[in-house]
Design a protein around this ligand. Structure first.
Ligand SMILES: [Mg+2]
Length: 512
């Protein structure tokens, strides 16, 4: 029994990025059993290097016909970021919300009903986080590993249970696939969705994340995440920790411990015994303090203490090495997904001053910054095209020839352009090209020989943004006094054309 089902239909899909662990069945069963509106689609991604055919789980009755398995493309094995991208892109385009669940969670009994409330948000909200709980053993202190997993409960925007608007994923090109493990790829996406103009909020639905079994070296292997921290700092600046509400960890201490060890060894090789002893003492004190800090809150069993001592020796050098590795690997990393293959401009109100139904080439005047914006793109070798609604033709207010004359004047002032896509239909014609439909974006992309996903649309009103999203393109809105305030919600907004193009080129942030 729930009241939400009788309300406006909630359309959401669930994407689970991994296959092959037994927890997936539990996850899917909990989803099927949850009260409330069911998902319209459940996409499980087979990210293994050698994907198996078929569904390796029993489909619960409630999800029959809704479950699909996709592969993450290419060789697979590219990690949860690439897998989640493959998953949400496989969801039907008319479904506006994508809920990411990890394969090792169990949604609560009233999850669907609470999700319906969570997603009843304004257009300014691009993502709604679920509340993750980590059950810890009763009657004893949690181990280091259990404490590590329990930190998920307080983590912001983690994709163990995170709903994103499809438009937010389209505008950010989804997860940055350079994050190849389940670490920081969620914080990175959250920061980019916020940079693109959306709010992220916490919801009320609850999901359990049990602690899975792990061997004693798990804490050392997790140090690989240090390379991702380096990438985060490159992409978002050194203050990303504060903005993503993430913990900084103990990295300065670890670098000092590692440096002491390295100095000690060097001194030993050089025969400087006194220096070697001094450095060894520094290493010992640092390592002992680190081990004590990890042993103190845990169960003081022989096994846990042995694990903490051994891993406390291994973690500082592992963490430092992974930081250095990350620094080298990501030294030239730019913003995701990189520069577009083409930029598609709206014409009236964007490239030229909007004179309604203008058929007179003499009345064509450039918008401020239009010349500079196109020069910047040309210098970067990125083709530009124009996508424009000219319903004046259908309305009998101007001829196709007049539209052509105005266009050729635009080309004289700002061109040449790689393609022109013009819709001469009226709003009542039901065509597929008139913006906000995606037809013009698709036609221009095809004429240039690129995919819509590789394009950025720059326009001055909401229908430009909507056409871009419907085609799978990113977009930037450059408002004019005619732009409605409501059109700015959830849009990436630039103050002028030059700022928009600088964002496209990755040389400037965009005010949001
Ligand atoms: Mg316009």
């Amino acid at each position: 029994m729930n009241r939400v089902e009788s309300g406006p239909a909630l359309r959401y899909a669930v994407v689970i990025p991994t296959i092959g662990r037994s927890s997936l069945q539990t996850c899917v069963d909990a989803l099927a059993a949850a009260a409330g509106p069911p998902p319209r689609q459940v996409v499980v991604v087979d990210d293994r290097r050698t994907p198996a055919s078929g569904l390796p789980l029993a489909t619960p009755d409630a999800l029959r016909g809704l479950l699909a398995v996709v592969t993450s493309g290419g060789a697979g094995g590219r990690g949860p970021a690439a897998a989640r991208n493959a998953g949400w892109r496989a969801v039907s385009p008319e479904i506006p919300w994508i809920v990411f669940l990890d394969d090792d969670v169990e949604v609560g009994a009233d999850w669907g009903a609470l999700l319906a409330g969570d997603l009843a948000v304004g257009p300014e909200v691009g993502g709604v986080q679920g509340t993750v709980t980590v059950p810890l053993p009763a009657g004893r202190r949690p181990t280091d590993w259990e404490r590590n997993v329990s930190a998920l409960a307080g983590a912001r925007w983690i994709t163990a249970d995170m709903a994103y608007r499809r438009d937010a994923l389209t505008e950010t090109a989804g997860f940055d696939e350079r994050f190849t493990r389940a670490y920081r790829e969620d914080a990175d996406l959250a920061l980019r969705v916020r940079d693109a103009g959306w709010k992220l909020v916490r919801g009320t639905r609850r999901t359990r994340h049990p602690v899975r079994q792990a061997d004693r070296w798990i804490s050392v292997r997790l140090q690989k995440g240090n390379a991702d921290d380096v990438l985060m700092a490159r992409l978002h600046g050194r203050d990303w920790y504060e903005r993503a509400d993430a913990s900084r960890g103990r990295r300065t201490g670890q670098a000092a411990i590692t440096a002491s060890a390295a100095l000690g060894l060097l001194a030993l090789v050089a025969g400087r015994r006194r220096w070697a002893a001094l450095a060894a003492a520094g290493w010992l004190v640092g390592t002992a303090r680190f081990a004590v800090a990890r042993i103190r809150p845990g169960p003081r069993t022989a096994s846990e203490i042995a694990t903490m001592l051994a891993t406390s020796v291994a973690i500082p050098p592992a963490a430092t090495l992974h930081r250095v590795r990350g620094w080298w690997r990501h030294r030239g990393a730019g913003s995701w997904p990189g520069r577009p293959a083409a930029v598609l401009f709206d014409r009236d109100g964007t490239l030229i001053v909007d004179v309604p139904y203008n058929g007179d080439r003499e009345q064509v005047a450039m918008m401020p910054g239009a010349g500079e914006a196109l020069r910047l793109l040309h210098a970067a070798g990125i083709p530009a095209a124009v996508i424009t609604n000219q319903s004046g033709v259908a309305r009998g207010l101007l001829t196709a020839q007049q539209v052509g004359e105005v266009n050729s004047r635009v080309e004289e002032l700002l061109g040449p352009f790689a393609a022109w896509a013009v819709c001469t239909h009226g709003p009542a014609d039901g065509c597929r090209c008139r913006k906000p439909a995606p037809g013009l974006v698709r036609a221009a992309a095809e004429a240039i020989g690129v995919t819509p996903q590789a394009c950025v649309v720059i326009g001055d009103i909401g229908s430009d943004v909507a056409a871009a999203r419907a085609a799978g393109s990113r977009s930037v809105l450059v408002p004019t006094p005619e732009t409605l305030v409501g059109e700015l919600a959830g849009a990436r907004v630039a103050t002028d054309l030059v700022a928009a193009v600088r964002w496209v080129l990755g040389t400037e942030g965009v005010r949001s």
